[in-house]
Design a protein around this ligand. Structure first.
Ligand code: UDP
Ligand code: MG
Length: 328
């Protein structure tokens, strides 16, 4: 919440607002992004820091960020040792942000910097999470349809009420950020974790622009992984589906068995007939078993990932941040 009096002031003072921006090969947008961000935030007049997380970019992004820091010390950067993925980059930013309010936004200008003051104002009203909800997507029909069906499915199956059409673009109170940083899970789906926290959350509607430049870094496979992460991490429905399917197949098998036995003794027919039905049943059950194993495997894979207890990311270079970790 807006009151910062009890929060400890670290060294040269805690900025009121941190803005976390994951960056993966965004050299074409960084200049424009920086210009818009700085002019909006300077006009707003609150002390702030811009915390970029370079997610193993292979273009000039990192060099540009170094230069930005030299020109303005409020611009900081953590460079990950390789590409860890958007969600992990955001988590890394959350672990290192110092502000009392922490904003997460994309680096491709799809999230307009101009609404940041509005998010902060909402936070001052006493909300712990202000999540931006896009009114309209400016993307091609296929991608829009994919997103729509994903959010619909997630909404139907998830045990959490993850708000429709909200991405990671949001403002979180320090309290929420600390909670997120303490969550040890490796398969991060930040908007899910954010919803899980609860507290006082409110939407803020805005219009999502098209990407400023460059290509979306989410190809179809990456997007499907994210969707799967969302589904498997916040729902037991796939597992329940498997057991229901197993039940259904066993019941029909039992019924068919009864029919065969009755047919054998009352109808007096032999068992040689029925090769087709045998094969069909065999294939069907085989298919169901493989599918079920696959779904269970998804959960086991995640368990395996979690028990390894590897760090989520490796920071290769810190630009403008002290070397020792903030005590958690
Ligand atoms: N991003 C990242 N690591 C990745 C992929 C993307 O840090 O592996 C960043 C990217 O630079 C951008 C944000 O995450 O700032 C959102 O990515 P993108 O615009 O490609 O996703 P979309 O808007 O298409 O969902
Ligand atoms: Mg984008």
């Amino acid at each position: 919440m807006g009151d910062s009096s009890e929060t400890k002031t670290a060294g040269n003072g805690r900025p009121e607002i941190s803005v976390i921006i994951p960056v993966y090969n965004e050299q074409e947008t960084l200049d424009a992004l920086m210009e818009r961000l700085i002019s909006v935030l300077d006009a707003f007049g609150e002390p702030f820091e811009l915390l970029f997380v370079d997610d193993g970019s292979s273009d000039k992004s990192l060099q540009m960020l170094r230069d930005f820091h030299l020109a303005d010390a409020r611009i900081k950067c953590l460079s990950l040792s390789r590409n860890f993925g958007h969600q992990v980059a955001v988590s890394c930013g959350l672990d290192h942000a110092a502000g009392n309010a922490v904003i997460v936004m994309d680096g491709d200008l799809q999230d307009p910097p101009e609404i940041l003051p509005d998010l902060v104002r909402k936070w001052r009203e006493g909300f712990d999470v202000v999540y931006a909800v896009r009114q309209q997507r400016k993307e091609n029909v296929l991608k829009r349809a994919a997103y729509a069906s994903f959010y619909w499915l997630l909404h139907r199956v998830s045990y959490l009420d993850i708000p429709l059409d909200s991405g990671d673009f949001s403002l979180m109170d320090r309290r929420v950020v600390d909670l997120l940083s303490q969550m040890p899970e490796r398969n991060r789906f930040v908007r899910g974790l954010r919803t899980w926290v609860g507290l006082k959350q409110t939407p803020f509607t805005y219009e999502r622009s098209a990407r400023f430049a460059g290509e979306s870094k989410y190809g179809l496979t990456k997007l499907m992984r994210l969707a799967f992460d969302g589904l498997v991490s916040y729902s037991f429905v796939p597992l329940r589906l498997v057991s229901n399917l197993g039940m259904l197949v066993s019941l029909s098998a039992l019924g068919y068995m009864g029919y065969l036995i009755v047919d054998r003794f009352i109808g007096g027919r032999g068992t040689i007939e029925g090769w087709t039905s045998t094969v069909v049943i065999l294939l069907f059950i085989g298919g169901v078993q493989l599918l079920s194993l696959g779904i269970i495997g998804e959960y086991i894979g995640r368990i395996f990932d979690e028990v390894k207890q590897r760090p989520q990311y490796v920071v290769g270079e810190r630009i403008g941040l002290e070397s020792e970790e903030r005590s958690q």
